[in-house]
Design a protein around this ligand. Structure first.
Ligand SMILES: [Zn+2]
Length: 324
């Protein structure tokens, strides 16, 4: 499809052919219409190298991160519509982790419907979006089950089933015993813990980005966007090197982004520039075929960090403590 439309766009640039068509208004209009149909109005990505590294894209705080911080519905829909448009036109499989409480807001439920109709798999991100550090295992299970009940009707309408769970702030418990307690609740709810190997810190950039947008300081907002892109590439390279050091190969990554304003403007660029670096985008299911996600985690922390940090610390623990 891309090759076809590229060929078509190239022929549209052929000046002699173009000027010939100009002399006949009607065929020219047909030409333009077909061109638009084939997607020539959008810049087509150049042909990307064959992927040799892989990322599953997950988007948290769906359907729209901090929807209450937007001045109006128009801007909310603008954000969600563009995000969906990018993943759809780029054919990127996405898992959207949804906050149960927010899915109960009628306008948010409509957005959720739009995500699901665009092919996003819906995942569970708890009801209240609070840290497990504040809950018991029993309460945690209730947080998850309540969200499953809210999401299941939409999920079923699109022939899906809620299968994955994402911890808010990636906080699974401050000790190993607490981590086991929360992990058990996730399993008891019939869900799989969707680990993150690449956290992007997009939310910190988004806060600055939105504040500058409200002030209409476009130059400063642009700078934040550029800093965000540099940060993404640095972070991806770093975690890929950690995965490679652990496994001796590039692992299948799970990247976490949010359904926010900065990604509305930069997701397309993130996808295309990572593709240029040899990354391919796969579903969470495909990423989870990588055996790394079944590895034992013997390290706990109060803070939310990459799953690879857990595995790195587990390896150090095994080397320095258990083998003593
Ligand atoms: Zn979240």
């Amino acid at each position: 499809m891309h090759n076809q439309s590229n060929m078509f766009c190239k022929s549209a640039e052929n000046r002699s052919f173009f000027s010939m068509l100009r002399s006949h208004r009607f065929p020219f209009l047909i030409f333009v219409c077909i061109g638009k149909f084939l997607g020539c109005k959008d810049p087509q990505p150049e042909s990307f190298p064959k992927p040799n590294k892989y990322i599953a894209l997950t988007i948290d705080d769906g359907p729209l991160t901090h929807y209450y911080s937007y001045p109006d519905d128009e801007l909310r829909w603008d954000t969600v519509t563009k995000l969906i448009d990018v993943v759809q036109t780029r054919h990127i499989p996405v898992t959207l982790f949804v906050i149960g409480r927010e899915a109960e807001v009628p306008s948010m439920a409509s957005m959720l419907y739009k995500w699901a109709s665009a092919g996003a798999e819906l995942g569970n991100h708890t009801y209240n979006h609070r840290s497990f550090n504040e809950f018991s295992g029993v309460e945690w299970l209730q947080e998850i089950q309540k969200t499953n009940q809210i999401l299941s009707p939409i999920s079923l309408a699109f022939k899906q089933r809620i299968r994955y769970f994402r911890y808010p702030f990636l906080q699974e418990g401050e000790t190993l015993a607490r981590e086991h307690e929360s992990n058990r609740a996730v399993r008891d709810a019939g869900l799989i813990n969707a680990h993150v190997t690449i956290g992007t810190d997009d939310w910190t950039f988004n806060e600055k980005y939105m504040a500058l947008e409200l002030k209409q300081d476009w130059a400063a907002r642009y700078e934040v966007g550029q800093a965000y892109m540099r940060h993404i590439h640095k972070t991806v390279a770093y975690w890929d090197s950690v995965g490679t050091a652990l496994e001796g190969r590039s692992i299948k990554h799970v990247m976490m982004l949010h359904a926010n304003r900065i990604n509305r403007d930069y997701l397309e660029q993130i996808i295309d520039t990572l593709k240029q670096k040899g990354y391919g985008f796969i579903s969470l299911d495909e990423a989870y075929r990588d055996p790394i996600y079944g590895q034992e985690d013997l390290w706990a922390t109060k803070n939310g960090v990459s799953f690879l940090e857990h595995l790195k610390q587990t390896k150090l623990y095994k080397e320095h403590v258990l083998k003593r």
